[in-house]
Structures are given as C-alpha cells and as structure tokens.
Design a protein around this ligand. Sequence first.
Ligand code: F0G
Length: 459
Amino acid sequence: MSGRPILFEPFKIKSVERMNFSTEAERKAWIQEAGYNVFSLKAAQVTIDLLTDSGTGAMSDAQWAEMIRADESYAGSRNYLELEETVQAMTGLPFVIPVHQGRAAEHLLFSELVAPGHIIPSNSHFDTTLANIEDRGGEGINLLTELGRDPFAEAPFKGNMDVDALKNLLEQRAKDVPFVMLTITNNSGGGQPVSLSNINAVANLCRQYKKLFVLDACRFAENAFFIKKREPGYENRTPKEIARECFDQCDIMTFSGKKDALANIGGLLCLRSESLVDNLKNRLIVTEGFPTYGGLAGYSLAAMNQGLKEVLDERYLEYRLRTAEWMVEKLANADIPVIRPAGGHALYIEASKFFPHIEQRHLPGITLAAELYVQGGIRACELGTVAFGKTLPDGSQSSPPLDLVRLALPRRTYTEAHMGFVVNCVIDIFKKRESLKGYTFEKEFPVMRHFRSTFRPLK
Ligand code: F0G
C-alpha cells in the first residue's frame, strides 16, 4: 500500500453537494469579520472543511435507505434491536445503551463512577473526556510512552500507554483509580494507534488491580486496520476479528457514532456489568431518553447500525488510512513539520516549527489556520497555544508541548484531487512563511479559548 501514487476511493458518487467558492478578497474580509477565528466563519464561506472528522462524513446509499425505513417508536424500536444485535456481535459486550453522542456516554458513565479525588489514567484523554472527569471533581492524567510524545519519531504505535507508569500509579494510588481508559486511536496525540499487545498489557494490569478497563473506541476500525498493517502476527486477520480481540479485553466502551459508525450523530455506552447497567439506564431516562432510543431518532440508530456494518470493510479502511499517509508523505517531502507517522483521521502540523520566526505568544497556530483559509478556503483547527495554553500574569503565553494545527479528514467526503489541493496550499504557505507575522489576542475567553476568542494580526 505504501508509496502507491494515487488514492483509490472505494465508492462511486451517487449524490453530490456543490462546493462553496469565493475570492481571496472575500475570504480576507470574512476572516477579519470572524475575528481571525475560523470557528466563527459561516460554513458557506468555507470551501474544504477540515475542522473535524466528527459527524461530517458522507453516508452510503444503504445508510440513507435504512433511514427511510426506520421505526420511530418510542419504546422497543426495531432499529434499536438491530443496532443492539450488531454491536453485541461486534464487541461481545452484552449491554448496549444508545446516547446522542460520545460525550453523553462519558457524562453518563462518569456520573456513576467518578467522585472528587479520583484519578483516571489514559494514554491521552480527549478534551470532552477530560472535561467530564473534571466536572465530577476527578483528575485525568495522560500516560503516553516517551516515543509517543515525540512528534517526529517514526514508530508504529505511538498511541500506546506507558504500562510501567500505569503500574506505578496503581501501585501507589490504586484506591483513587476507579477505572483505566485507553483512547483508540489517540486523537489528542496525533491520531496514533494503540497496539493489541499494549491493550492486552493494560487489560492485564486492570485485572491484577481489579479495575474496570474502559475503551474510548471512537476510531476502533481505523485502529484495527493499523494493527493489521503494523503489528506482527495480525497481517492475515480481518479488521473485524482484530476489533473483536480489542473489545474482548475491555469491560466498558464509550463510543461516538460520529466517527467510526459513519453517522452524522449518535453514540453508545456498552458494558458487561449488569449491576451498573440498571443505574445507568435510570440516569439515561432523566438525561437522554428511554433506553431504546437514548436521545436519538430511529433513523439515527439506523444510520449507526448500517455504518458499523460498513466501516470494517478492508477496502474502505485501506483508502481511509492511505489518505492521511499520502498527504503526510507529500508534506514531509517538502520539509513541513507534520506529525509522523500519519495518524488515521487527521494531519497535525507543528506550527511553531512551521513558523520558527513567530514566537508562541504571537500564535503560530492561528497564523497557519488563518492563512490556510485565506489562501485556499480551507478550514483547519488550532490545537496549540490558544486551545491548551493560558495567558500568564506577565502577558506571556504558557504553551502545551506541541503547537498543533489539525486538518481532520471527514470520511468518504473529499477526493484525491481535493486532498492534493490542500497539500499544495500548505506547501505554498510554507514557501512564503517568512512573510507572515503572527497574531495577538483581541478578546480572550478564559476556558476553551480556541472556540470563541478573537485575534488581531500583527502589523
Ligand atoms: N473521544 C474522542 C477520542 C473524540 O475524538 C471525541 C470527539 C469524543 C470522545 C467525543 O465524541 O463529539 O461525539 O461527543 N471528537 C471530535 C473531534 C469532536 O473533532 O475530534 P462526541
């Protein structure tokens, strides 16, 4: 697969959506109006939207057909029963609770399991996961391996958890740890995969210390295909078999259907424990809805069910992972500081290395995101100093270890030509990088700064 010159989209296009085009002058005016924050742009002002891979994919003809046929009954909907059966067969987890999206599963689960003073280890928590832990008074900690923290080291499983660090933590603080989480693939760390041997090692420690093991399985199918491609012994196994082997290790799964269920909305909380499921369902009725719809329309349950049947297709997964890999190869060849190896669902560019002359307090990630928009109508997301840093009393910025800009790839939505255009645009900006000057905050919002803050370009 590696080095193949073209991507081969394993689908034909039956329905199309016109793209939004604009002139550079229009985009300059719109981004200024948006306070140089791409979150404040109207979607119609964007040509290629790489803000997220969540809920933005294209559904198949079979998914649309299932949606039309859906059963909208409040209780006992056929679509819930079909989804339950699919998920039970895929994961081996007997209890399947639908929710409206991934963070609702987190909120529901943590309401039962997290209390003030608790510590929840993970390879890396996604930001909503961390926010839901903190909301309950808990503390989330990330235990990535040293290799996983190096953005440019070539290694197959940079999403792996540092098992020794987990063992130390459990040795010292076992009573404060209600469960251990693992995010596959590791979104916050570049979409890097976790190996099955790492999943097994974490599961063994959990058994040894009698802790529940929770998989954040949003991108389980992409992770399974990475295992097939990269982990010795799995080359002849199907993604379905590999995914099942991953799920067999866990007690609980939180899941956003907006990723690897190929749906626009939906999520799941699945588990083995009958005692826990009763309390969760009681809470579900208060917050999301009756346990056979969980805040979703019957047609959304149908879309997830059909998406889960499609996502483990090898041709789809090969195309999917090759897309990011193909883009990373081209960017790396042009010396662009892109996280390597390619992750599953996105490219991550290290903006402080892209613009070494722009100090971090002048927000290199915002500079790159704004320029991608002005040059190409491309919308990407800053996940660096603005998203994860804060302004210190002396006016300087505390910055996270990496100043990243994420270009996330919606599923089955764009073609090779579109992605080639994105690559060329990044390369063009890199060539003229020294002419760009950076930004400062105009209005800074204290929490989750990247969503609503506004900026001003330096003159
Ligand atoms: N866990 C991971 C690893 C995620 O990437 C996300 C969402 C969630 C949980 C929450 O799921 O959005 O359905 O509530 N990630 C999206 C993103 C938003 O853009 O990366 P949700």
